[in-house]
Design a protein around this ligand. Structure first.
Ligand code: SAH
Ligand code: SF4
Length: 365
């Protein structure tokens, strides 16, 4: 498989063209096609000489993703299933406006993107972790989720959240290139403030990103306010316990203007005790972070349940009474396997790419 042209930054493309004796203005022409005009093939880049188009076609592919399936949902959330060149699948979810969660009031459409195929971190509530890690996405595969969704949906995406499959900070090099492709004026030209990275808490990478020049937002998948609770559901907490994580988050705060978000899935009898809410409130206040509470979304093969909605409200009230901005996300897309990783898990299981304990049992019976 040839590398995608979409994975090249302006500097890389300029170097490639200079090595092939092309005048420098060709670089801007090609970038304009890739990110603005969006042709169906390299052949359609009509202001490039035939010889250059042939050279590009022989050395690069154009789009790295193929649309495999698109599912609508009752609340307008749309889930895109993309097939990769090696037959694997990733998903991106298009979510209509919810300005209370990310970004400013004028924001309309959010895309939730994936950063890896599967995930190595094995959080106990998560479909992406269930089948283990397959591979990192390339920078082109990350950025093309946005470009190709815009082409398919015929809409402009305003916000990005890296809350799809995978741990973005475990694929940092490709992620940083993708951020350059997505935020540069020659690329997709999204404002960095409209990008939210979500991480399970990889401390060295958080510290590194705290010094990144762009004003990207950060969300932390916390899901437990103490080591005792967090250790039970997120193995990463053994490596980076709560105190170590919060030291890194203070370093982030010292260097960034945007407030952090703490994500907290509510799982009945696991992390939803009201004393967790009190400790969570202290953490959030010390960081001036807001909290998103997400009732657990049932994952096939996992036995946990979401708490009663009245309990979720009681948990939220403790936070707001302590002066913390807390939203209870009655999440969108519940009817189309909303929790990230679920749709891909179904598709790959059907095709025999993943054999989960559950599907093994089905095959035997
Ligand atoms: N690896 C990164 C980003 C992907 S997962 C991280 O962990 O932050 C991001 C989010 O998906 C989680 O924080 C949670 O908000 C959501 N999620 C995963 N499994 C879920 C489930 N079963 N129910 C509800 N939300 C879930
Ligand atoms: Fe990986 Fe995030 Fe899922 Fe944990 S929650 S398994 S880090 S994708």
């Amino acid at each position: 498989m040839l590398p995608s042209l979409l994975g090249l930054t302006k500097d890389h493309l300029a170097t490639h063209l200079a090595e092939h004796q092309q005048p420098s203005f060709r670089c801007d022409q090609i970038l304009d096609w890739l990110w603005k005009k969006r042709p169906a093939s390299i052949e359609e880049m009509s202001n490039l000489p035939k010889q250059l188009r042939d050279h590009l076609s022989q050395n690069f592919s154009l789009y790295p993703l193929t649309s495999a399936r698109e599912l609508g949902s009752l609340d307008q959330t749309r889930k895109m299933l993309f097939r990769l060149h090696d037959g694997r699948y990733i998903e991106s979810v298009l979510i209509p406006a919810n300005p209370a969660l990310y970004g400013s009031k004028s924001d309309r459409l959010t895309l939730c993107v994936s950063s890896q195929v599967g995930c190595a971190y094995g959080c106990k509530f998560c479909a992406s972790g269930l089948a283990g890690f397959t591979r990192n996405l390339t920078a082109a595969e990350i950025a093309a989720q946005v470009l190709q969704t815009e082409i398919l949906a015929k809409e402009r995406i305003d916000n990005l959240v890296f809350m799809g499959m995978g741990e973005p900070l475990a694929n940092l090099e490709n992620l940083l290139t993708a951020i350059e492709l997505l935020t540069s004026d020659w690329g997709l030209n999204l404002g960095a403030r409209h990008l939210t990275l979500s991480t399970s808490g990889l401390v060295p990478q958080i510290r590194q990103l705290a010094h990144h020049p762009r004003q990207i937002r950060l969300a932390i998948s916390l899901h437990g306010a103490t080591d005792e609770v967090r250790n039970q559901i997120m193995p990463v907490n053994k490596k980076y316990p709560v105190d170590t994580l919060f030291d890194a988050l203070h370093e982030w705060n010292d260097n960034k203007k945007q407030h952090l978000t703490l994500e907290y899935i509510l799982i009945q009898g696991v992390n939803d005790a009201l004393d967790q809410a009190r400790i969570l409130a202290k953490h959030a206040r010390s960081l001036k972070a807001k909290v998103n509470l997400i009732p657990y979304n049932t994952v096939e093969g996992l036995e946990w349940k979401r708490p009663a909605i009245s309990h979720c409200h009681a948990f939220r009230k403790i936070l707001s009474d302590a002066g913390v901005t807390a939203t209870l996300r009655l999440e969108k897309g519940h009817d189309i396997d909303a929790a990230c990783g679920q749709l891909r898990l179904h598709q790959e299981t059907q095709e025999g790419l993943i054999v989960t304990a559950e599907s093994k049992a089905t095959k035997i019976s």
